[in-house]
Unconditional design. Structure first.
Length: 170
């Protein structure tokens, strides 16, 4: 194993240790099912580990992992024949006590984000939940930074209008 590969594997280990919870939350806020989000993160981390071990160059390990999880979440919905459950009924789905808070947050936020165009909703998730910079969002989505900023701005304006209109019903 060459020195560059060793450094990338050390970086992967650091990311897993320091950001494992964040990576799970990143997947959970897109999928909404704890076990499936955990599976997605685990599959991506194993895939990244194999890729790094095979000495396939990756410029930024962390950015690569984030993009891979984002893509895996998208693939999850493509592969899975999902039963569509309205957000009103989602609150009735049994959730363990430990997951209740994150599940309630997921339902509440998705009510607001469902009213947005997909591109805007994803920028809001990346910025607010995942705490990425507009530069990181632009790189992750392969769009100009100005586009990421404008999508965010329009999304926030729309969310504010919805909150004013609906008040506490959100």
């Amino acid at each position: 194993m060459n020195k560059e590969t060793e450094q990338m594997l050390a970086e992967l280990e650091r990311i897993v240790v320091e950001r494992q919870d964040w990576l799970f939350r990143f997947a959970y806020m897109r999928i909404g099912i704890r076990e499936d989000a955990e599976d997605v993160v685990q599959e991506v981390l194993l895939s990244v580990f194999r890729r790094l071990r095979e000495k396939t160059g990756v410029e930024s390990v962390e950015q690569y992992i984030i993009r891979a999880i984002s893509n895996a979440c998208t693939d999850y919905f493509r592969r899975k024949s999902l039963t569509v459950v309205s957000l009103d009924k989602a609150g009735q789905i049994p959730v363990s006590e430990g997951d209740r808070q994150i599940h309630e947050e997921f339902v509440r936020i998705n009510r607001l984000l469902d009213a947005l165009p997909t591109e805007q909703a994803e920028v809001v998730r990346l910025k607010c939940y995942d705490d990425l910079t507009f530069k990181q969002i632009a790189e992750l989505q392969d769009i100009p930074e100005a586009t990421a900023k404008s999508r965010y701005r329009y999304a926030i304006m729309h969310i504010q209008q919805e909150i004013k209109k609906k008040g506490d019903k959100i």
